[in-house]
Ligand binder design. Structure first.
Ligand code: COA
Ligand code: MG
Length: 303
């Protein structure tokens, strides 16, 4: 069978654990955690007087580089602040996989950072991610995502921040996130229109795993690639809910096999056990299979 997965670039981002950069004990745990990535936080979880100490901790952490196959993302303070500028200097010396910008509200916020990265010849693999967590961030999500059209902008993913968005809009925290869903879907749509990954917000009640599982299921149904997490107990459920479903992967493999048959070469639609499958389904089937294979390989590496 043709290996369709070879040309597909996909990265599992099911579980992105936020680790306060000031918490040395938590930073030391990274190599034991089965998350797809860590967001090393210099912003909301670090008190103003502790920002410098937090940066020192990250400098030491990156010298040890305990990340294994996990993505390492540094969330900085707004670039308009003294701390934000110092954080970006740290990013330039640590060279994580991505820098996550808080409270992005306009394309200029992305370009300001991208320009600084370009001026310092930061390697191409260092990407820019944006927190969408304010009313203007949601309203301008499409134009911010449009920044992804220039490769120099390095924009690769959106992360929704509902704690800030609730605070700014006064929409209370209700089960099902019902009144937030339209805004969340707007961000998902903007991300997809411009080929970005999009990550669901944190869930604050880390002891209520049943509620967390329901929220993962909802996030997955809304099209998110994964979830930002605050506690190690949330990793396993997030990995499970955001992984491609076993039956869907089996079906995807069957679709690829069916379209790979010589008799299918000139067909755009085929009959698969009484269901119409179109050639357009092949792209998503390739992505699912590639994702499942990468997750399986990652598991083998970490064990
Ligand atoms: N990353 C790594 N390890 C973590 C962790 C995290 N985010 N959160 C908790 N742990 C560790 C703790 O250090 C503890 O380890 P220990 O048993 O060796 O002491 C273990 O998991 C159990 O932690 P627990 O006692 O249940 O919680 P806690 O009181 O230590 O921490 C929070 C609770 C909410 C303070 C903590 O989870 C946290 O700071 N989360 C991230 C917050 C954040 O990043 N906010 C900004 C983004 S919204
Ligand atoms: Mg925030």
């Amino acid at each position: 069978m043709v290996n369709f997965s070879e040309n597909i670039s996909v990265k599992p981002r099911r579980s992105l654990l936020s680790v306060p950069a000031v918490n040395v004990r938590a930073l030391e745990k990274i190599s034991e955690l089965d998350c797809d990535g860590v967001i090393l936080d210099l912003e909301d979880s670090v008190a103003p007087d502790m920002k410098g100490k937090a940066r020192d901790n990250l400098a030491r952490l990156f010298a040890d580089a305990p990340f294994g196959g996990r993505e390492a993302i540094i969330r900085i303070n707004p670039l308009s602040t003294t701390d934000g500028k110092a954080d970006l200097q740290l990013v330039l010396s640590c060279l994580p996989d991505a820098v996550l910008l808080p409270k992005v509200e306009q394309p200029a916020d992305i370009h300001a950072v991208a320009d600084l990265l370009a001026e310092t010849d930061a390697p191409e693999r260092l990407k820019v991610w944006a927190m969408i967590e304010t009313p203007f961030g949601v309203l301008n999500a499409a134009s911010i995502a449009d920044a992804a059209h220039t490769p120099q902008a390095r924009l690769a993913a959106f992360v929704i921040g509902l704690n800030d968005l609730r605070k700014e809009t006064r929409v209370p925290s209700l089960p099902g996130r019902s009144y937030l869903v339209p805004w969340m879907m707007q961000v998902v749509l903007a991300a997809r229109a411009y080929g970005l990954d999009v990550i669901d917000s944190v869930s604050n009640d880390f002891r209520d795993i049943a509620a967390f599982e329901a929220e993962c299921e909802q996030g997955r149904a809304m099209g998110f690639d994964g979830k930002m997490l605050i506690h190690p107990a949330q990793i396993e459920p997030a990995n499970r809910h955001f992984a491609p479903d076993g039956a869907a992967v089996a079906e995807a493999r069957a679709i690829l096999a069916a379209f790979a048959k010589p008799e299918s070469v000139e067909l755009n639609v085929i009959n698969m056990n009484g269901r119409m499958i179109e050639r357009l389904h092949v792209v998503e089937a390739e992505r699912l299979v590639a994702m499942a294979d990468i997750i399986a390989q990652g598991k083998a590496k970490k064990t």
